[in-house]
Design a protein around this ligand. Structure first.
Ligand code: SER
Length: 337
């Protein structure tokens, strides 16, 4: 029986991850979130804790009570919200991650073994200066264009480095260095689209918002231009990617941080599939020039060949299949009830 801590448990990835982990069985899930865990998730977890990742006393008490095998540190403020509250974002995204890494170090000392630390990073770590460069850049690799323009992107990029530091160099001057006691593994996700939840505070939110509005018969004003193109992924694939990376044998991993992606439609192409499923969808394009600039600085596509080569990553859902077999049936069920 594995014991797993999930922070940001009530968020979009948390919903999908907890549901899948509970299905797998043989796990004891500790769910931590600043908000009360959804009633549907509560029966799936061993314990749901309402609390703040900035509360080190709370983290210490959890650490004293449980021996964690793996930490999925999902809690974060997304890019739009982080621009509105940059200092809070830095606290939650950076200090919060530092607190969890410290907790993992403490756990590894007590347990005398490595603790796995799974960290969702983002395409927001990339920052392209203009649309011409974005077009020319094509499929961006992990080491390219690491000049983020948002607080969120900067926080994610820094925390990737922090995780690598904890895994490789932590307290490197100590006589008895504790190197390698955290097995840090990060994924750079594209925009994620779920059939059962809607995101809050992101800038890739136009895709899920358009779909969920159409399913509810509500008009939607899309805040980016029709030709806007960034990578996306259906939520079940994002969860699979996390679970696959968790179990991948460490010797196979050539890096700590991996790009993963599935498809990269324009906003117009997303609208077309939404309209196919919901012919009465009322979608207009009313770009918010400031949010547009953020999305324009993100790559049109990313290169995930390292993940494919090292641990066999392959998404199950391409663009059409994601809509036909997951998103459309999922939202229909979601709003029928
Ligand atoms: N979905 C995130 C956001 O829009 C990007 O990782 O902020």
């Amino acid at each position: 029986m594995k014991t797993i801590l999930v922070t940001g448990a009530n968020g979009e990835i948390g919903h999908g991850l907890i549901t899948r982990l509970a299905e797998q069985g043989n796990v004891r899930i500790l769910a931590l979130d600043i908000h009360e865990l959804d009633a549907t998730l509560k029966p799936k977890v061993h314990r749901a804790v309402v609390g703040d990742i900035l509360d080190t006393a709370l983290l210490e008490s959890l650490s004293a009570t449980y021996n964690f095998d793996t930490i999925y540190h999902l809690a974060a403020l997304l890019s739009t919200k982080a621009e509105r509250q940059p200092v809070l974002a830095h606290r939650v995204n950076v200090d919060g991650t530092l607190n969890l890494l410290e907790m993992a170090v403490g756990q590894s000392r007590v347990q005398g073994r490595e603790i796995k630390f799974l960290y969702p990073s983002s395409i927001a770590v990339y920052g392209l200066p203009d649309l011409q460069t974005k077009e020319r850049a094509g499929r961006v690799k992990e080491h390219e264009w690491l000049t983020p323009r948002t607080m969120y992107g900067i926080n994610k990029l820094y925390c990737e480095q922090l995780g690598i530091y904890y895994a490789q160099y932590y307290r490197q001057l100590d006589a008895d260095a504790t190197r390698g006691h955290i097995d840090f593994r990060a994924l750079r996700f594209p925009g994620l689209i779920s059939a059962v939840t809607v995101p809050t505070g992101g800038t890739s939110d136009y895709a899920p918002e358009m779909l969920h509005a159409a399913a509810q018969g509500k008009p939607y004003a899309c805040f980016v231009r029709e030709d806007t193109r960034i990578p996306f992924m259906a939520m079940p694939d994002a969860i699979e990617a996390l679970l696959q990376l968790e179990v991948a044998p460490r010797p196979k991993l050539t890096r700590f941080v991996y790009n993963v992606t599935a498809f990269n439609p324009s906003a117009r192409e997303i609208f077309e599939l939404v309209r196919q499923a919901f012919p009465k969808a009322q979608v207009t394009f009313a770009p918010d020039l400031k949010r547009q600039k953020i999305v324009d600085s993100w790559p049109a596509d990313i290169d995930d060949s390292a993940a494919r080569a090292d641990w066999g990553w392959k998404p199950s859902y391409d663009f059409k299949r994601a809509f036909a077999e997951y998103l459309v049936p999922g939202v229909l069920q979601c709003y029928r009830a």
